[in-house]
Design a protein around this ligand. Sequence first.
Ligand code: SAJ
Length: 419
Amino acid sequence: MSLQVNSFKTVSVIGLGYIGLPTAALLASRGVRVLGVDVNKKVVETISKGQVHIVEPDLDGLVQKAVSSGNLTAQGKVSPADAFVITVPTPLTASREPDVTYVQQAARSIAPVLERGNLIIIESTVPVGTTERIAAMLARLRKDLVFPDGSGGKADVSIAYCPERVLPGRILTELVHNDRCIGGLTPACARHACRLYDIFLQGQCHQSNARSAELVKLTENAYRDVNIAFANELSLICDHVDINVWDLIPLANLHPRVNILQPGPGVGGHCISVDPWFIVDAAPKQARLIRTAREINEAKPNFVLRKAKEALKRNSAGSIACLGLSFKPNVDDLRNSPSLHIVRKLAEQHGDRIIAVEPYISKPPACLAKAGARFMDALSAIDESGIVLLLVDHRQFGMIDANQLQKKTIIDTRGLWRH
Ligand code: SAJ
């Protein structure tokens, strides 16, 4: 009997975060019955009310519609479905090794409800070989089912690794339009997974094997990290030889084959600052450039801290307005944010001389409040301060009148006010 590969009446999305929730809502908007699963009770309650726990353009409306149509429900436990999509986090351990515990737990939670003909997709970023190991684990838990193992035999379920590659701030657009790399444990698994994405994808599905797809994902983010490290290193070189890096880069980029990225206060978020370590962990002797790039980007906040501390020393009584806490512009996301790290370090030393500004959040993060930092809107903070430290190039900060900044000591880590 051949697998029933074409019917996805019910899809379970496990992990309703930045990727899982938009994916679940998108599938639901295309008429699929989606059972969203999350271990966090608060997340389940929020989504069940048709609300969202993350800020992402257009996501609130989509989730609200999906829930009120009855196509999207959120729950704490996994129920039977035609397909299971795993979108849980894979953090780093303290010793910078990938922690796949959540992926393993998600897979284990699927095991009891798994049926012949089901599809399992892992979207979480994982080390190479994880999909094979998850399949082997499931095979041990469900001895009554035949799992794909590369031997070429017919399997009862399909398993594929299909990384997400969407940019926070543009998630819904990129989920629909970006091409996808589909890594099946077998070609049949890849074809099965492509059929799921066909429900909403306007980009192409490129079929490959699971191991390659796992490294494709890591490669994309490591590539970006290395290129940002180049820009960050240039900013240190320019500081040393007293050249304005923001004038330099556009001039170098006039060359038809040069495209230097933007220096900043460091690299944040849950992906680019984490994923390269997965490669270093897998191939420590070979991944020399990737490791060095990570070290350069990790060291950049200390350089900014030094500059800010020097300015505070020169202006011994005044305060410093720190503009932006998120890890990148126009979002509320503070995960691994170098800006937040810098402001926290400053606040721990200088208390209420530090004024934090973050238009995308309504109250200061606990670590800043605890350290005695003040929290206010950009114009009031600039008004009160002799030093302005620009950490995030939020749209609003780009519109600040140059007159407001006159006579201030400016530390612009993003080159927003270079003109
Ligand atoms: N950054 C710079 N200079 C630049 C570009 C970025 O300093 O020129 C910094 C940002 O300020 C931020 C960090 O890098 O702190 C990362 O920001 P980002 O906007 O480049 O990327 P993320 O982390 O939001 O999303 C990335 C994307 N990956 C790539 O662009 C290769 C996205 O497509 C992935 O889906 C996502 O990681 C992920 O989930 O892996």
